[in-house]
Design a protein around this ligand. Structure first.
Ligand code: MLT
Length: 410
């Protein structure tokens, strides 16, 4: 008998983005003429060409593989030292992170899902609501939840509502939890957490023996130095947090694939008998067993993003997408909608017009404006009544989206 993991059967709807893809496909089949005008602002996928620095480095690395003297086979599972060192010297300068605490991978989506391998079954998990759906679905798959209720909330998860009232930074949990996923700049709301807010979270996690899984995939979009880019800017975070980062949204690597997680050596979890165990050690073991490393040319490309030219090219990309976010925010404000995010993030989170729900807004934008947005409710029950617009696009298309928003809603 082929026994299956029945936890998968609890996942009622499809993963959000394939679900959007299905609806868009149906629309394109039904309305091929209108479909020619389609502009996609749904999934946060980059549109601009790869930085030259990364392309050149990848080409040179491929050439190295073309001669026996410089050929490389399997690389270190944890990632090449040249990249881990470039990361700590640049992304974590002054924060006391050691290159040995960085694990290179092929994506933060995979990392935030796979990390559950090192935690015990049946742990208590807190997530914000709305939230990046991967955190929820991977916990369902891992058996850390019961069934979903009518609103799509899973029994056993602790949902922390993020609303306009709390500026999309949740209140601390009222019960003991083992893991908390925090993502800032936030996907989907595009909002950020202040230093003071993160200090409260770190203090809470330490006092309650909880681990913060901090997703900083969008840190490159933080403007200025007031808003923390890393949880490790907060004192004490090394004892209660790990941080996920990616080259997808800064270096345009969504198709190239390279990311990393930083797990401090101090970070420990507990066995049932109360023995403290290093999470760094467990993840190193897991990584070495189930992963053979990200490809050499890709790691050379990622390293090049930290070169002088690479940094300038990344800054230019971020500026481009932030310019798009400013245009989209302004267009939504002009038609009288409440707008959040978009100031330190490529996502603009918008309140639907009176009387329209999230999927209603999705359909309206698809059918009347031929623009794909993401329905807020797809990120959780507390996202109902909102929609997300991704600023990852060409300037020309963003200007067209702004005009169509005004035509349809203005
Ligand atoms: C999003 O649109 O939320 C992101 O692109 C998803 C991801 O990075 O996996």
């Amino acid at each position: 008998m082929e026994l299956v993991n029945e936890n998968f059967l609890k996942l009622k709807a499809g993963y959000l983005f394939p679900e959007i893809g299905r609806r868009v496909k149906a629309f394109l089949e039904a309305e091929p003429e209108k479909g020619k005008r389609l502009i996609r602002c749904g999934i946060g996928d980059v549109t601009e060409p790869l930085p030259d620095a990364a392309r050149e480095a990848m080409k040179a690395a491929v050439d190295e593989l073309g001669s026996r003297e410089t050929f490389r086979g399997y690389g270190p599972e944890q990632g090449y030292e040249f990249l881990r060192k470039a990361i700590v010297d640049n992304a974590y300068s002054g924060l006391g992170v050691d290159a040995d605490e960085v694990f290179i991978s092929d994506g933060s989506k995979c990392d935030t899902g796979n990390i559950l391998d090192i935690f015990g079954k049946g742990i208590k998990v807190a997530i914000t609501d709305p939230v990046y759906p991967v955190y929820v679905d991977t916990n369902v798959m891992a058996g850390n939840t019961g069934e979903a209720d009518a609103s799509g909330r899973f029994e056993g998860l602790v949902y922390l509502p993020c609303t306009a009232e709390n500026e999309f930074v949740p209140a601390l949990p009222e019960e003991k939890v083992d893991l908390i996923y925090l993502c800032y700049p936030n996907n989907p709301t595009g909002t950020v957490a202040t230093r003071e807010q993160l200090e409260k979270w770190v203090a809470w996690a330490k006092a309650n023996d909880a681990i913060i899984l901090y997703d900083a995939a969008y840190e490159a979009y933080v403007q200025g130095s007031e808003v923390p880019k890393s949880i490790f800017e907060i004192e004490g975070a090394r004892e209660c947090a790990m941080e996920f980062r990616s080259f997808s949204k800064n270096g345009g690597f969504t198709g190239v694939r390279c990311a990393y997680v930083v797990i401090p050596k101090e970070l420990t979890g507990s066995t049932k008998s109360g023995e403290r165990v290093s999470l760094h050690g467990l993840w190193a073991r897991r990584h070495a067993t189930k992963f053979n490393g990200c490809s050499y040319p890709v790691q050379r490309g990622a390293e090049a993003l930290f070169s002088v030219e690479g940094k300038m090219q990344v800054a230019k990309l971020v500026k481009h997408y932030m310019g798009n976010a400013a245009l989209l925010s302004a267009a939504c404000k002009k038609i009288g909608l409440a707008v959040y995010g978009g100031e330190h993030s490529p996502y603009v989170w918008v309140k639907c017009p009176e009387g329209v729900d999230s999927w209603g807004m999705f359909d309206k934008m698809l059918h009347e404006a031929q623009v794909v947005i993401t329905p807020g409710s797809g990120f959780g029950a507390a996202g109902e009544g909102y929609f997300r617009i991704s600023a990852f696009n060409t300037r020309e298309k963003v200007e067209e989206v702004c005009a169509r928003l005004e035509a349809v809603l203005g």
